[in-house]
Design a protein around this ligand. Structure first.
Ligand code: CAA
Length: 440
């Protein structure tokens, strides 16, 4: 069976950044350690006043197409994943295609376009849809362009404000992929939940503490469902575990519980019991919704063990490094986690061909999905081509007053000149509702 998966990746970060420990924390009267150590985010990426989900998505897609030497004829499908959509009728992909058609010969009239919504999870659902479309033989030799684009902004004063972010990830899904091939097995955990909602409103209504429990409960269900088709998971089966990262502290919690789950019944569990001097009680794990109270004593010990720390440093820490520099990109977040890990491996000159990733995606509302991916021959060139550091370093540093102004502009409360902070430079820019975005 021909492999299908991610052939190329590109990103576009919002061009502004907010320094959480040095600019945000003093105004909020918080210890900087809450952001650097607890939440795990140093900088939030924010969109400049001329950026939105369309311009960021189109700019990421243009980079991808230019780098890969693609024309519209090579693309048979454009899907956008977002939870920041502004149009209840036209999918964001039509706006993105409209931008791209301004700069390429040819058009996307033949391409199937859509928009996927399931909070952050839809960033993976667009990959799944493309995979299924290619596997079904309906792609006529063409690839799918999938884009995850979001402005993750919260009301000022909401606890979620510290996890904001904005950016887009564009990916090419194709046969014989260069970066990763997807497995056919998937696991799901899904339930109707109301901890994170945006019904006809700009900023989400969030029960933050509850949202943590829901994330963990649905991920646990997805992992069990995945194991029911793929067999038991072992910590050493996977080189990295890229997970949806609303903030790195959330992944720390998921990793701890996940590690406990995938070590049960293994030799590692016995060795850990010796290290810790206590056996985990299986009954405690029945109620993951209340896990923090039920199993804190065992977990507090587990996270201090050498075995766990070594696994975390190897398999988890590399996945959250980009998130710590940009915040939550919602639908793009799990794709940043994969990219973050692969770039860390490339920097260490590791040989990953044939290694496996266990990818955990999550969307509020709520659903988690777990699947495996196999690293392909061209992974190193594929991730080294993305100039992540330069793009993150080039962001404009906002003062707190400027941050408030930008936030108000994106909430349609204020207007400023396009060049208030940065100048557009050969990119698509937002020029007003109901008008075509321009390239400047
Ligand atoms: N030094 C070190 N650590 C510190 C510290 C300090 N000085 N001060 C606080 N901390 C730690 C805290 O102990 C805490 O860690 P633990 O959770 O491990 O105990 C962490 O920093 C955060 O501190 P608080 O819990 O006090 O933070 P908060 O209540 O202000 O906000 C939050 C946390 C509720 C997650 C909030 O950021 C939020 O509402 N975020 C949006 C919702 C969200 O991201 N939920 C995640 C699951 S839902 C999802 O994944 C979908 C999505 O993308 C949104």
């Amino acid at each position: 069976m021909t492999a299908v998966g991610i052939d190329a990746i590109e990103l576009w970060t919002g061009k502004l950044r907010l320094d959480l420990p040095n600019t945000f924390a003093p105004v909020k009267g918080e210890d900087p350690g809450k952001y650097t150590k607890g939440i795990g985010i140093e900088y939030s990426s924010l969109p400049d006043v001329y950026e939105d989900i369309v311009t960021m998505g189109a700019n990421a897609a243009k980079r991808l197409m230019d780098r890969e030497g693609l024309t519209p004829d090579d693309i048979g499908r454009i899907d956008v994943a977002t939870e920041s959509a502004f149009d209840n009728s036209k999918p964001v992909s039509t706006y993105v295609a409209g931008c791209l058609e301004q700069v390429y010969d040819g058009d996307f009239h033949h391409a199937n376009k859509g928009e996927r919504k399931f909070a952050c999870l839809s960033g993976t659902q667009v990959i799944d849809d493309a995979y299924n479309w290619i596997r079904a033989g309906r792609n006529r030799g063409r690839a799918a362009l999938v884009i995850a684009t979001d402005t993750a902004l919260y009301e000022r004063g909401d606890p979620g404000e510290a996890t904001q972010g904005a950016g887009a990830v564009a990916m090419l899904v194709d046969e014989d992929p260069d970066v990763v091939a997807l497995s056919t097995e998937q696991g799901y955990g899904s339930a109707d939940e109301t901890d994170f909602l945006k019904p006809n409103q700009q900023f989400p209504s969030v029960d933050g503490k509850r949202s943590i429990q829901v994330y963990l409960a649905r991920m646990r269900e997805a992992l069990e469902d995945y194991e029911s088709v793929a067999g038991d998971t072992h910590p050493d089966d996977f080189v990295y575990f890229p997970f949806h990262t609303p903030y790195p502290g959330m992944v720390r919690k998921a990793a701890l519980l996940g590690y406990r789950h995938i070590t049960r019944g293994t030799d590692i569990e016995d060795a850990l019991a010796d290290d810790i001097g206590m056996q985990p009680r299986e009954a405690d794990f029945a109620e993951w919704d209340d896990y923090e109270e039920a199993i804190r004593a065992y977990m507090d010990e587990l996270k201090e063990t050498r075995r766990y720390r070594e696994w975390y440093e190897r398999a988890i820490d590399p996945t959250v490094r980009i998130a710590g520099q940009v915040g939550n990109w919602y639908t793009g977040s799990v794709h940043l986690a994969r990219l973050s890990a692969l770039r860390a491996a490339a920097e260490e000159d590791a040989d990953l061909v044939g290694e496996k990733l266990l990818v955990g995606s999550y969307g509020s509302g709520a659903q988690a999905e777990i699947h495996a991916e196999t690293v392909q021959d061209g992974w190193r060139e594929g991730v080294e081509a993305v100039d992540v550091e330069a793009r993150l370093d080039n962001r404009y540093d906002l003062s707190y007053e400027e941050y408030e102004l930008v936030h108000d502009v994106h909430n349609h409360e204020k207007e400023v000149e396009v060049d208030e902070f940065t100048q557009p430079s050969g990119e698509f820019v937002f020029t007003g509702w109901g008008r075509m975005n321009e390239r400047r």
